[in-house]
Design a protein. Sequence first.
Lengths: 166, 166
Amino acid sequence: MLHSSRRLTVSLGVLFLAFAMCTAVAFGQAAPPATYSHDAYLDNQVTVNNCSAGEPVALNGTMHYSYQFTTDSSGVNHFAITAANNLSGVGQTTSTNYVASDSDDYSSNTADSSKDMTVQLSSDLKSQGSAPNMTLVQILHLTVDTSGSITAEVVSNTTNCGSSSN
Amino acid sequence: MLRYFTQLRGWLVVVLFALLMCTPAAFGQGSQDPISVVKYTQDTPVSNQMIVNECNGENVLMNGTMHFEYFFLTDADASFTIFNISSTSRLTGIGQTTGAKYVANDSTSTKDRTRDIASNLTTTLKSKLVAQGPTPDMMLRQLLHVVVDRNGNIKAEIVKNNVSCK
C-alpha cells in the first residue's frame, strides 16, 4: 500500500513537472508578427512589348502585397514584403489569352520607421494559344511602415521574350 | 544726317547691352558642374555551387559570376539617399546526372529611398536557366542580400538558391 502510494506520488510529480515545462514553453513563445496586406487591381494595363516575337498585352487581375515587420533590440526595423500577381491578359495583336501568377519576396533592415523601395517582379506570361510565352517584368513602388500602412503602385509593365517554360 | 547717327548709336548701345547680358549666361552654362554619378561594382564568383533541381532531383553544378552595381543620389537637403542597385547573374550549370548544360543571364534592379547611410536589402533574382540542348529550360531563383553605402562599399551574398521547373 505504502509502495503503491509512493509510486503514485512520483508519477504525479513527473506529470506536474511535465505540465509546468510545457506551460513555460507555451507562454515563452513570442507572438508572430502581424501581417498587413493590400490588394490592388489592374484594369486593362497594356504592357510595353520589348520582344520581337511578342505583342502588347492588356492585363487584368489582382496585385497582392503583404508584409510583416519586427524590431530588434537596437531599434532596427526588419521589413519582409511579398508581392504577388494573379493576372490574365489579352494580346492586342493576336487576341491570344495570357496568364501570369507569381510572387517575389523583398526585405530590408532600416532604422527608419518606414521603407520606400522600388522593385521588380518578374513572372512568366504564359500564352494560352500558339503565341509564344513571354516574361512580364513589373516595376513596383512600395512603401510600408511600422503603423501597418502600405502603399503600392505598378509603375510599369514590360514584356521580354521567352519564359522558363518555353 | 546727325539724327541718323544718333539713332545708329542708340541701336549700337542696345545691341552691346544685349550682348553683355547674354555673354555671362552663355559662359556660365559651361562652367556649371555637370551631374556626375559614380557607379560602384563588384563581381562575386560562383564556383562549383551545387543546387538541387527540384523538378527532377538532379544536382546542377553552377559556375560563373554574380555582378552587382549601384549608384546613389541624395536629395537637395541630403536627408534622403536613393540607392539604385542592380544584380546580374552570369552563370553556367551542368546537370550531374543528365549532363544537361544550362546558361543563366538575367538581372533585377532595386531602388531604395532611405534616411540611412546604407541600403540593406534582400531581393529575389529570377533567372532563366536556358538549356543548351533538348532538355527543358529551368528557373533559378536566388535570394540575394545586398548591403551598399555612400562610401562605395558593397557586401553581397547569395542567401538561397532554388532551381525549379515551371
